[in-house]
Design a binder for this molecule. Structure first.
Ligand code: DQA
Length: 145
């Protein structure tokens, strides 16, 4: 099984960006940790990051028939991108939304996700562990179905 791991805007700045909120580990650290987890679980991962809404949408479409699920952190697009929401709704694979920080303890504009209603679930506030848990959920969900 293959899963797409898509990180949105500003997540290429992990480690440098607001370390008090997002920690000191980088996007490469995250992807390496997830790669180890994927090997343990016996699945493949495709990693992508973009700061551009259209690119994110294109990847969601491009892998529509090729992956078994999507783990997405849409960054700030979470809060207003109906276009990314529609892209997620347009594919048949399951999507799990992850946020590193606990968006509910932060500014009011972060409390609402326009993308979450078209995902199977959302994990917030658990740091990088959220991505690990999302992967476990996708892999185990596959086994159950
Ligand atoms: C984030 C939360 C968003 O509100 C923010 O815009 C991000 C990162 C998170 O992972 O906590 O870029 O998605």
């Amino acid at each position: 099984k293959t899963y797409l791991v898509l990180n949105g805007p500003n997540l290429n700045r992990l480690g440098l960006r607001e370390p008090g909120v997002y920690g000191h580990a980088t996007l490469t650290d995250l992807e390496q940790q997830l790669q180890v987890k994927a090997q343990e679980l016996g699945c493949q991962l495709i990693f992508k990051q973009s700061n551009h809404e259209g690119q994110i949408i294109d990847w969601i479409h491009e892998y529509a028939e090729d992956v078994n699920g999507l783990i997405i952190n849409p960054g700030a697009f979470t809060h207003y991108s109906y276009a990314i929401r529609d892209a997620i709704a347009s594919v048949s694979y399951p999507t799990i939304e992850v946020h590193i920080s606990n968006v509910h303890t932060r500014e009011a504009f972060r409390h609402h996700s326009v993308t979450a209603p078209v995902t199977v679930g959302q994990i917030v506030g658990l740091g990088f562990k959220g991505y690990h848990l999302a992967l476990i959920a996708l892999v185990e969900g596959e086994n159950e179905s």
